[in-house]
Design a protein around this ligand. Structure first.
Ligand SMILES: C[S@@+](CC[C@H](N)C(=O)[O-])C[C@H]1O[C@@H](n2cnc3c(N)ncnc32)[C@H](O)[C@@H]1O
Length: 321
């Protein structure tokens, strides 16, 4: 069995360590997408963690020798990243959405929702200017990341975060505490809107599980470390998306908005709900991932549950104006 390359004395700067690890990651054909998008950034992230310094200090330390203990820590992290295919976020126990840091472990999906980008811009230009929701629900909150980003963004708002998984909610509770938001962010265990009867919000954010069965089968090993419950969305991926579109109007105040991430399933969602006038926000992932829709639009469209097959939806599109 080939042995992992060891570092020579000349390779002991952070720059060389990162370059060597990135080469190994590429040749091992690792999959990225849990906070970084390529081997170099992933190697830098793990190296910074091993060094125990803030990321901003890396540039100044790139050509300094890496202390032996940090070198050993880095080697161990690289080894686990390669052999066990564990996403760096689970190895370092942290993930970032913009400037916000979150604790993560295998009880929650690694935060990467495009909705966080939209919140950074206060949902502009998609929602009315000076939009100020007072009550927000983050449905399927997982680590609590979107509830927390929303609370930071809209400092006057009360935020509820709901999730079916008590394990995920334990992580969310830790993050709410670490962000000092316990006064404004409440967490609830609920199957979608099941335990939210009678509650209405100005804004509902949700990044539900939306991976279809065939896409689940094709997921790289890294994604299999994440909870299936956080990913699997039924045969075509839209099981929860459908339920949320049907039930959201009862939980929105008049004029309220639903903002939902649906992967790259825009065509599928539009075929399933051809009468709903979705706004598709432009994100770094494209304009097919996050939809916005107002309560009144949800109510006025003839919202009927349809069979999920694309064939039925396509036929409908041809026959309806
Ligand atoms: C894709 S993750 C999103 C987590 C987090 N909002 C984020 O963006 O990183 C989906 C979450 O939905 C939760 N979930 C799955 N089925 C649910 C249901 N029926 N009701 C409520 N939450 C559910 C999972 O436990 C998981 O935490």
């Amino acid at each position: 069995m080939p042995r992992a390359p060891t570092l020579s004395a000349q390779q002991n700067t952070a720059r060389q360590l990162i370059a060597d690890a990135a080469r190994r990651f590429r040749s091992a054909r690792l999959a990225f997408g849990h906070g970084t998008l390529n081997a170099d950034d992933e190697a830098a992230w793990l190296t910074v963690h091993a060094l125990g310094c803030p990321f901003e200090e890396l540039a100044a330390r790139l050509d300094l020798p890496v202390p032996p203990a940090a070198l050993r820590r880095a080697q161990r992290l690289f080894e686990r990243r390669i052999t066990e295919r564990i996403p760096a976020a689970y190895l370092t126990r942290e993930a970032w959405l913009g400037e916000h840091r979150f604790y993560v472990d295998e009880r929650v999906i690694v935060p990467r929702s495009y909705i966080a980008e939209l919140l950074r811009d206060r949902l502009q230009p998609w929602l009315p200017s000076r939009y100020q929701p007072k009550t927000i629900l983050d449905l399927c909150t997982g680590s609590g990341c979107l509830a927390i980003v929303a609370a930071h963004t809209f400092a006057q708002a009360q935020v509820d975060g709901g999730d079916i998984s008590t394990a995920a909610l334990a992580v969310a509770r830790r993050n709410v505490r670490e962000h000092h938001l316990a006064e404004r962010v409440q967490l609830k265990q609920t199957d979608l809107f099941g335990k939210l009867a009678g509650l209405q919000y100005d804004l509902i954010l949700t990044n539900p599980p939306y991976v279809g069965v065939s896409a689940m089968r094709a997921l790289p090993a890294e994604f299999r470390h994440e909870p299936v419950l956080a990913l699997a969305g039924g045969s075509d991926g839209l099981d929860l998306v459908r339920r949320i579109l049907m039930e959201a109007p009862q939980h929105l105040n008049d004029g309220g908005w639903l903002v939902m991430e649906v992967g790259h399933y825009r065509p599928r969602v539009e075929r399933a709900f051809p009468r709903l006038p979705f706004i598709w926000a432009e994100t770094s992932g494209g304009d097919d991932c996050v939809l916005l829709i107002q309560k009144e639009s949800l109510l006025s469209a003839a919202l009927r549950a349809r069979p999920s097959t694309a064939v039925t939806a396509r036929r409908r599109r041809v026959t309806s104006p």
